[in-house]
Design a protein around this ligand. Structure first.
Ligand SMILES: [Fe+2]
Ligand SMILES: [Fe+2]
Length: 345
């Protein structure tokens, strides 16, 4: 375990995951101990209880510092983008930052919270366990605060960068995929399992999306602070969700278990998908010439169609469920920047 990573995030990640990569969690009762430790740590760890005042700090704004890391913009090197005026490129980066926040909020509200709600409503056997309820309710409180932080981030960016209007955004791609799956499920219990699986994949994958900005030193410091605070919570949520899903899965009947296995590949696919229409929208809104060409060129490459994702959290969940060989999904290699990769080094 490395204790030297900036902000202690990796250290926290290491602690969070270290309990779960061991063998024989069920036999040793480590699972229950993990939830107990996570529940007890919440008052010190949660952004809402420990760093709430930080998001109000307005001191650090330098207009020359970009809102979004160029390094992760898939068309950063495209000649049509490079040919755009500096103000247009800056508008694109601001738009990407605002869009990123909008999608994080939508993921909380449309994917994560509905799954947590099902657990809190006692839909699945095993969700009446005290530690399950406490850890999930803590996560629900966290998600509300995350939405608030990202909402402030949007408002602040719009004010500081004079963004007077935003183009209407397409529906979140992961939610479109969830709706498509739900539409093919006649039974309520099947749809409940699908919502749980989508939420579990979101909660084990969102930290990779947050880490991309949290670790970046080239963007507005407030942006990396907000994503760092959020990442710290989501690292804990990843551990909570792996443990909670493991406990619920153990109590599921065969039909429910088969539905979990059936839902995992499309859920993982959904979270790997790059919605090119959102990139197109930002280019057009900033007035960049050749937006169609840029996006067509991206579409022609496999890296342009897939988001860089770190699925190590989801892989750990499959391991815990004993489903590593049951789920048909081509996991990408864990990227260098993965917080979990740091934890395991
Ligand atoms: Fe969150
Ligand atoms: Fe979360």
């Amino acid at each position: 375990m490395r204790d030297t990573e900036a902000g202690g995030v990796t250290t926290w990640a290491a602690r969070g995951w270290a309990q779960e990569d061991g063998t024989g969690a069920e036999e040793t009762g480590i699972g229950g101990a993990t939830l107990r430790r996570l529940v007890d740590a919440w008052p010190r760890r949660a952004a809402v209880t420990s760093r709430a005042e930080m998001v109000q700090d307005r001191a650090e704004f330098d207009p020359a510092v970009p809102d979004y890391p160029l390094e992760i913009v898939p068309f950063a090197e495209h000649p049509r983008f490079l040919a755009a005026a500096p103000e247009q490129r800056q508008r694109v980066l601001t738009g990407l930052w605002i869009g990123y926040n909008e999608r994080v909020i939508a993921t909380e509200q449309l994917i994560a919270e509905p799954a947590f709600d099902l657990v809190m409503r006692g839909v699945f056997p095993g969700s009446d366990d005290l530690l399950v309820r406490q850890s999930v309710q803590q996560a629900v409180v966290d998600e509300g605060f995350h939405t608030y932080m990202h909402m402030l981030a949007i408002d602040r960016a719009r004010e500081l960068r004079q963004v007077h209007s935003r183009p209407a955004q397409p529906e979140l791609v992961t939610y479109r995929r969830l709706r498509r799956t739900l539409a093919e499920m006649p039974e309520r219990w099947e749809r409940d399992v699908a919502v749980l699986v989508w939420g579990a994949v979101a909660e084990t994958c969102i930290n990779a999306l947050l880490a991309l900005l949290a670790r970046d030193t080239t963007i507005q410091p407030m942006h990396s602070l907000i994503t760092t605070l959020h990442l710290r919570d989501e690292t804990a949520h990843g551990s909570v969700v792996v443990e909670v899903v493991r406990q619920l899965y153990a109590r599921m009947n065969d039909a429910q278990r088969r539905t979990v296995i059936r839902c995992l590949p499309p859920a993982l696919e959904a979270f790997a998908e790059q919605d090119l229409s959102t990139l197109h929208l930002e280019l057009v809104t900033a007035g960049v010439e050749g937006a169609d060409e840029i996006v067509d060129d991206l579409r022609a490459t496999s890296s342009g169609r897939r988001l860089v994702r770190d699925f190590s959290g989801a892989q750990r969940m499959l391991q815990q469920l004993g489903l590593t060989h049951e789920v048909d999904f081509d996991f990408p290699e864990r990227p260098e920047w993965s917080p979990a990769a740091g934890a395991l080094r």
